[in-house]
Design a protein around this ligand. Structure first.
Ligand SMILES: NC(=O)c1ccc[n+]([C@@H]2O[C@H](COP(=O)([O-])OP(=O)(O)OC[C@H]3O[C@@H](n4cnc5c(N)ncnc54)[C@H](OP(=O)(O)O)[C@@H]3O)[C@@H](O)[C@H]2O)c1
Length: 238
């Protein structure tokens, strides 16, 4: 039974991953959410019998550490994560530009969007729950592409954090190879999607975006390690 682990699973794109993956009874889904005290009505409605809802605040190292142990207990000795989706992310103070960046706002985005995925991978690896040929997807953004931003840079702090996440992807894809020989780590641009973060004017529904993302995820080969893809399967320039 393939095991999927998704951060930020209670709404938006994370919830849509759970919705689509839980439809197959053969999938085990670890749905990680910032707080078990949040309103989890939609997540519970999307969950199957093989969906486990666990707490993981990716901006809090102790929470990630605790969660990695919970994941090990939930999976037991015989099962490991085949697909890790580092989806949780924030876009704060998007009107700030490079000449008036708020230190607190920038650091909050780095903490959640970069350090979070780094420590999630590190602690899950330490807990021994990542499969040898795990597929790890870091949810980036077209705004994280330096090449694409040259024409019209937007959301300065957020785009800096996503460009840093892209670089983290390259480092993880190299550093993990020794420990997980078949690993593939990629950055993903899900497109511009109608969620709280994407806004109502966005082009795509969550269903369209995640159907595409899962198609890309399921077709990854070892030679795709350290690539940056869009939800439609096209490669994104760094
Ligand atoms: N929507 C788009 O157009 C778009 C485009 C490019 C990239 N993305 C990326 O796609 C990912 C998902 O975005 P979305 O559109 O679904 O955004 P969203 O609707 O705002 O949902 C964000 C999710 O991340 C969770 N989250 C935020 N901080 C967290 C933390 N510290 N710990 C755990 N969970 C946390 C939220 O949980 P709470 O409910 O607890 O806050 C929520 O579940 C993000 O990484 C985003 O940057 C989105």
């Amino acid at each position: 039974m393939p095991v999927y682990c998704i951060t930020g699973a209670n709404r938006g794109l994370g919830l849509e991953f759970v919705r689509q993956l839980a439809q197959s009874p053969s999938n085990v889904v670890l749905a990680l959410t910032r707080s078990l005290s949040s309103d989890l009505t939609d997540l519970k409605a999307a969950a199957s019998a093989n969906t486990h809802i666990l707490e993981c605040d990716v901006s809090d190292l102790l929470s990630i550490h605790h969660c990695s142990k919970e994941v090990a207990l939930t999976l037991g000795a015989t099962s490991k994560i085949d697909y890790l989706i580092n989806n949780a992310g924030v876009n704060i103070a998007s009107s700030q530009n490079s000449l008036n960046l708020g230190p607190d706002e920038l650091m909050a985005q780095i903490k959640t969007n970069v350090l979070g995925p780094a420590k999630t991978v590190e602690f899950l690896l330490m807990a021994g729950v990542l499969a040898e040929n795990a597929r790890i997807l870091n949810m980036s953004s077209g705004l994280g592409s330096i090449q694409s931003s040259l024409a019209s840079p937007k959301c300065t702090g957020y785009s800096i954090s996503k460009a840093a996440l892209d670089m983290l992807t390259v480092h993880q894809s190299n550093d993990l190879k020794e420990k997980l020989p078949g690993v593939v780590v990629i950055a993903m641009d899900p497109g511009w999607v109608r969620t709280r973060l994407g806004g109502e004017g966005a082009l795509l529904t969550t269903q369209e975006s995640i159907e595409g993302v899962l198609k890309v995820l399921h077709s990854l080969k070892v030679e795709d390690n350290s690539k940056f893809y869009q939800y439609n399967g096209e490669q994104v320039p760094w």
